[in-house]
Design a protein around this ligand. Structure first.
Ligand code: SF4
Length: 732
């Protein structure tokens, strides 16, 4: 092993570069974790273009989680009440292959589901698609990204003709106005926020608007914090658009030349005067006007959003309504501007590129498109018609498929649905009905392992070589730098081995992950996410590379007209944008090259507060923890930082209910109940309460946020409304 290795942080979609040194590097004492395992030294990689050496507490402490509670060997049991027994890989894989054959013979291949993860490397994702969608002929592959950013995917596709965040992180330092909605960036994407905040502090002309029902750390840094009522995002966005129209601060040339469907949108926003919007959103009119003024007065507006927008029963509509503002003001395809969705998982972007959701195929293709299916079938050397034209089961419908008996095999990899799914009691009851659940993970125990019949030990970060793409489309090579524990295998190796045992020997004849990557990039040829110019060799030699990166350099990205606009924009300024942006030529990936406006009235929350459940619960994340704590719950520094779950309650509500700080409160919804100590704080708006989503049954008793949430989902993205449900509070 070398002295140090450059890689990518495996936590969030910011995608910070890390430099990792082995525990016994020359001249250093070996530090050990609480279980006596040597700790690898991790620092930020100063040469990484996305993070420039910065790193948050999660990245800095990642190595403390590498050796604790690892699943090292395949394990099996006949029923969930039996203890696991250690088995060989042969025995475990034969059992899986037998079950696949049985399900195909009795229920058809649509009885098989694979639920994967944004923790996968792109190579894992790609081989899984080839196995499930190609060889088995069902599109029942979905990933936990469904719960995270599928609304952004649907919004981009519908507005621009294809997926892909059009911005890059350089825009954080070039914007005149950052509009953050539904994102606590300071805690959930800290290094993105560091870059933005430094810029805002340095350039006092630049403005930061934060839209969030909570006064988060992000909101505390804002020039303008708008604490809207939960579920009124579209009202606010339409209200800003209304004022921009009224003040004639729209770009009619861009609208005429580069977009479609503006008249219908203009008609809708005419119904959103400030008085009405302020009343619906529960905000001051002057705050609404100030937000619209910042938009109107800024040459370059950058919107950032994440789960607060995406996890909604109208998530796609919210995304498109954000994009509408960018289209009406031409704030797209230029430095410092654009609608920028922040991805949650480290490689959710790679998953999108590899086709890792139930309705898509590799290379930003759709399962519904016959030409797309044919192209992928040719690449995979499969007979025409093998790929199903029907979208497969999304994450939640895998759960409901267990309820109805339509799912005969559930294979879960690198994710923890027994904590992260909505309506947990229903989820767990469905998991108990599963005829066979395979659980492939690096750790044991986890909450989901309790529902598995077969456990497969997965190699994790640093134990396999692969690529990951971060939110700004930068691809980083993540090399193996440590030995795998026990008999752990890379996820892609497990999928390939099952494929070969099913008879697809040629399709899975990959000697190593570099061969998988070579085939994967061919699937992106001439697609919007063209990566044919990216190879392991280039990544090793040149470092991280941003796509699009076609082998031949691709289409000219800036038209003559746009060159003029851009040179005017930067006349006399020293800014030298480096990151690539999409749509610099203002040609979009729709058939006619025009972006689409979308007109939406707000529907509000799927489950608003009422007399019986008078509070809106909103869920979210804390700075140090990552999702269901599979790693961070095992890191001392982080568990000390966030020792317990809690419920935030506004002092006015607390007083009415006789609740004092740290009193225990039971939170009840129509689906379940959970108990938390109260945190009485003005950070949360009256009528709203907040609970962090990180605590599953392994880490605390009766403190699961998702025992309260509901699965009502956006009809376009199928992303559940994990962010809001109606609850009541009972002091205990
Ligand atoms: Fe890792 Fe995200 Fe923190 Fe960067 S910001 S170090 S990617 S968790």
């Amino acid at each position: 092993m070398t002295d140090s290795v450059k890689t990518l942080c495996p936590y969030c979609g910011v995608g910070c570069g890390l430099e990792v040194s082995p525990p016994a590097a020359a001249g250093r004492a070996t530090h050990r974790d609480s279980q006596g395992n040597p700790i690898w030294k991790v620092v930020g990689d100063r040469s990484h273009p996305s993070s420039q050496g910065m790193v948050c507490v999660k990245g800095a402490t990642i190595s403390e989680s590498l050796d604790k509670d690892r699943l090292k060997y395949p394990m099996m049991r006949d029923s969930l009440s039996d203890p696991f027994r250690r088995v060989s890989w042969d025995e475990a894989l034969d059992r899986i292959v037998d079950r696949i054959r049985t399900v195909i013979a009795t229920q058809g291949s649509d009885g098989i589901c694979l639920y994967g993860s944004g923790q996968f490397q792109t190579e894992d994702y790609y081989v899984a698609q080839k196995l499930i969608k190609g060889c088995l002929g069902t599109n029942n592959f979905d990933a936990n990204s469904r719960l995270c950013m599928s609304s952004a995917v649907a919004g981009y596709i519908q507005s621009f003709g294809s997926d892909g965040p059009p911005c890059c992180y350089d825009d954080l330092e070039l914007t005149d106005c950052a509009f953050l909605i539904g994102t606590n960036t300071a805690e959930c994407h800290p290094i993105v926020f560091n870059r933005l905040h430094k810029h805002i502090k340095r350039d006092r002309k630049a403005k930061l608007i934060v839209v969030d029902p909570r006064r988060t750390k992000t909101a505390e840094a804002a020039d303008l914090h708008i604490a809207i009522n939960p579920g009124t995002d579209i009202d606010l966005l339409n209200g800003i658009a209304h004022l921009l129209m009224r003040w004639d601060k729209i770009d009619t040339l861009f609208i005429d030349e580069c977009t479609k469907d503006f008249p219908a949108y203009a008609e809708v926003i005419s119904h959103y005067p400030p008085e009405l919007v302020a009343r619906k959103c529960g905000i001051r009119i002057d705050h609404l006007e100030q937000a619209a003024r910042y938009w109107a007065e800024s040459e370059r507006v950058l919107s950032l959003w994440s789960m607060g927008v995406n996890q909604s029963s109208e998530g796609t509509a919210k995304v498109r309504t954000i994009i509408n503002l960018h289209l009406m003001t031409a704030n797209i395809g230029k430095p410092g501007a654009g609608p920028f969705s922040l991805t949650g998982q480290p490689n959710a972007m790679g998953g999108r590129e590899a086709g890792g959701l139930a309705h898509i195929l590799p290379g930003y293709r759709s399962v519904k498109n016959p030409q797309h299916r044919a192209e992928v079938e040719r690449l995979w050397e499969l007979p025409a018609g093998r790929i199903s034209p029907n979208p497969g089961r999304d994450a939640w419908s895998m759960i409901t498929g267990l309820e109805t008996g339509e799912v005969g095999l559930l294979w879960i990899a690198a994710t923890n649905p027994a904590v992260s799914m909505p309506d947990l009691e229903r989820t767990k009851a469905a998991l108990l009905k599963s005829p066979l659940t395979v659980y492939q993970d690096a750790y044991y125990p986890t909450e989901t392992a309790a529902y598995a019949h077969i456990l497969l030990p997965a190699a994790q970060w640093g134990e396999k070589t692969g690529t990951m793409t971060n939110s700004e489309r930068v691809v980083t090579l993540c090399p193996q730098f440590r030995l795998r524990p026990g008999e752990a295998k890379a996820d892609w190796e497990i999928f390939a081995e099952v494929g070969r045992r099913l008879g697809f020997v040629e399709q899975f004849n990959f000697p190593d992950s570099a061969a998988v990557h070579r085939e994967f990039v061919q699937a992106t040829r001439n697609r919007p996410c063209d990566m044919t110019g990216i190879s392991y060799d280039r990544l090793q030699q040149e470092g991280p590379i941003q796509w699009p990166c076609p082998l031949d350099g691709g289409r000219e990205s800036t038209s003559t007209q746009q060159s003029g606009i851009l040179s005017n924009l930067f006349k006399g300024k020293e800014e030298k944008p480096k990151g690539k942006r999409l749509y610099m030529d203002w040609r979009f990936n729709t058939p006619d090259g025009r972006a689409r406006f979308a007109a939406y009235h707000s529907k509000g929350l799927a489950e608003p507060a009422d007399e019986t459940y008078p509070f809106v619960l909103t869920t979210g994340r804390l700075y140090g923890h990552w999702h269901t704590q599979t790693r961070t719950g095992r890191i001392e520094k982080i568990t000390k930082m966030h020792p317990n779950p809690f419920v935030e309650i506004h002092p006015r509500d607390a007083e009415k209910l006789g609740i004092k700080d740290e009193d225990w409160v039971e939170v009840r919804s129509r689906r379940g109940r959970a108990r938390f100590p109260a945190k009485v704080t003005k950070a949360i708006a009256p009528g709203t309460v907040f609970v962090p989503m990180h605590w599953g049954a392994l880490w605390a008793d009766n403190a699961e946020a998702n025992s309260l949430t509901h699965p009502e989902a956006c009809p376009d993205s199928l992303e559940p409304e994990l962010k809001a449900c109606a609850v009541r509070l009972v002091p205990i």
